[in-house]
Design a protein around this ligand. Structure first.
Ligand code: SF4
Ligand code: SF4
Length: 303
């Protein structure tokens, strides 16, 4: 009997998926990497495995709930070494919107060695593929198998230059020059991703991409649109960059020209939103603190 020719003699890197209490959003996107041809993990030289004992890479979704924690740890322990673990979505990375829930034990790296993070809620299949590509390269290095990453069958499908699909909500961008320090974004942030700290000469703004769920609420409520949603999905990264993947800015205080007290600036963007166009009187008033503006309204500033 004629034997079939061997098409690919290199054994694939095997992926094993563990649901650690996810809402299934990330699992649906993961399913796309198995079922949709343009996102297929096979182009990375990978395939899905049904058994943890046969896997090389673990993909974890969900915030690691108390209910499933022990089972997740057992399954993860069954994957032989060397193994590489990928946290898919913000839930296993930081807890996402479930971060303070009584039912959540995570984040996953409190219990497991995580190697690669793919933030998003959920991340786009391309972002997941980019994370798997990083994990597969790491596994190949750790295992010393000598394999190299195959070229994508469809160029641009998971490389970092690939264009975003229309309407994709991705990484948030911060423009410090437009920010008036009102802290509304910090207040409404669903993922607890934003923190504004008062330092001596101003306010320091920090947004952690590993906690952002791409909800866009901060941008929606920001009065000056200092925060905007971009379509950038290229956020997968190695664990050592987990806490440095941030958007940062500094909003310097200014001195009131009436009394000298420091105050938050009235940015041109705020004036445009409030008055549409400015005039010399508005320009003068914007240099005054609220108290001096009140005094001004009552008949002049006493210095
Ligand atoms: S989009 Fe804005 S409000 Fe929503 S989680 Fe991200 S930083 Fe927070
Ligand atoms: S980014 Fe917008 S909402 Fe946040 S403090 Fe600045 S002005 Fe306020």
């Amino acid at each position: 009997m004629e034997t079939r020719p061997v098409i690919n003699p290199i054994p694939p890197v095997r992926l094993y998926r563990i649901n650690a209490g996810s809402c299934n959003g990330c699992d649906v996107e993961l399913a796309a990497t198995a079922a949709v041809a343009s996102f297929d993990v096979e182009r990375l030289g990978c395939c899905y495995s049904e058994s943890p004992a046969e896997a090389d890479i673990v993909l974890i979704t969900g915030p690691l709930t108390l209910r499933v924690k022990d089972k997740v740890l057992r399954l993860h322990g069954e994957v032989p070494k060397p193994k590489v673990t990928v946290a898919v979505g913000v839930c296993p990375i930081s807890g996402g919107v479930f971060r303070d829930s009584y039912a959540v034990a995570g984040p996953a790296d409190d219990y497991l060695p995580v190697d690669v993070n793919v933030p998003g809620c959920p991340p786009h299949p391309r972002a997941i593929l980019a994370g798997i590509a990083k994990a597969a390269a790491l596994w190949r290095e750790l295992s010393g198998c000598g394999q190299t990453l195959p070229e994508p069958a469809v160029p641009g499908s998971y490389d970092e230059d690939a264009a975003a699909p229309l309407g994709l909500r991705g990484k948030m961008r911060f423009n410090a020059a437009a920010c008036v320090g009102c802290r509304m974004c910090e207040h409404v942030c669903a993922g607890g991703a934003i923190r504004i700290d008062e330092l001596g000469p101003g306010l320091r703004f920090t947004l952690w991409h590993n906690s952002c769920v791409f909800c866009g609420l901060c941008s929606h409520y920001c009065p000056t649109k200092a925060l905007t949603v971009t379509d950038q999905w290229q956020l997968s990264h190695f664990q050592e960059d987990k806490f440095s993947l941030t958007e940062q800015g500094f909003i310097p205080f200014v001195a009131c020209t009436g009394c000298g007290h420091i105050m938050l600036p009235a940015t041109p963007e705020l004036l445009r939103v409030s008055y549409r166009k400015t005039n010399p009187e508005i320009e003068r008033l914007k240099t005054l603190c609220p108290e001096c503006r009140q005094k001004q309204s009552l008949g002049g500033i006493r210095r």
